[in-house]
Design a protein around this ligand. Sequence first.
Ligand code: FES
Length: 346
Amino acid sequence: MPRLRTVAVVAGAAVLLRRALRRHIRTSPLWPMPALENPTSGRPRSRALRLLVVSRETVADGVVQLRLEGRDLPRWEPGAHLDLVLPSGLVRQYSLCGDPADTSSYTVAARLIEDGRGGSREMHERVREGTHVEVRGPRNRFPLVEAPSYVFVVGGIGITPVLPMLRALGDGTPWRLLYGGRTRASMPFLEEVGKLGGDRVTVVAEDEDGLPDLDGLLGDAPIGAAVYCCGPEGLIAAVAERFPQVRLERFAPRTATDGNGAFEVELRRSGRTLTVPAESTLLAAVRAELPDTAYSCEQGFCGTCEQRVLEGEVEHRDELLTDAERGDSMLICVSRARSERLVLDM
Ligand code: FES
């Protein structure tokens, strides 16, 4: 019991310390931060590493694989990802797809998203052999749990966090994989996946086979199997409908258009009230009124856009805040209102 009490006290103190630091930053003359033409990286969450890109190769249509070299790199487990700071300051997350035992380099793969927000294009066009990049992590929110068997459902670049899992499982534990993509040529690591899994792997290329028949392919998934899904939102939603207990890794955070509509926000200190449309993030709506509002990753993991909530119920969609912090804070780049109205202290 005394030990439990000590843990609780230490945890409570850590939360208070984080809050005090944030309060200090907010009340410093530098807060709010100046408007950022190009988003810059947010508060550091783990030791930043400066790594050298030592190889860059195309591994599928529109997909490059990069090897980033360093020394005594932190170890990682299958499913982990890096936060990578691009030359412009944009921060993007990439799953590690190399060998977890290699402490001299990390390997990631990135798909070019033509109509994306710029990060993937920058990764493809500006990060070359010889480029130095800053990374943070690795962090793992998609770990391989103990289970009697495994079912993996992935789409395209979603294979990257799963590949090290398949290597780790080897032949000792039953697993099966459904790997979908637009065309075979656009699906990275297809050959290696085939060699690893043989007939445990079902490849569905849309241009040849149409959309995957999830019911047919997964309907007889073994009871007790751990189900993992990584891919586009449509695939995740379809799998989650069939396997509510599925473990998910998204390519991108849930956005304003996922699941709820417009809502009203009062910015109390500024004396403004605005409507956040269904197709807009709260951050975008706030910045239209208050262009100096600071932000960085726009993905709910750096904390730069955190704001205090005075009233209303929040639908938290970030990867950062603890349950305790969610009591009166939100990250406005990804989170939204669950109630019709929110009041923020800004
Ligand atoms: Fe990074 Fe919102 S901008 S968490």
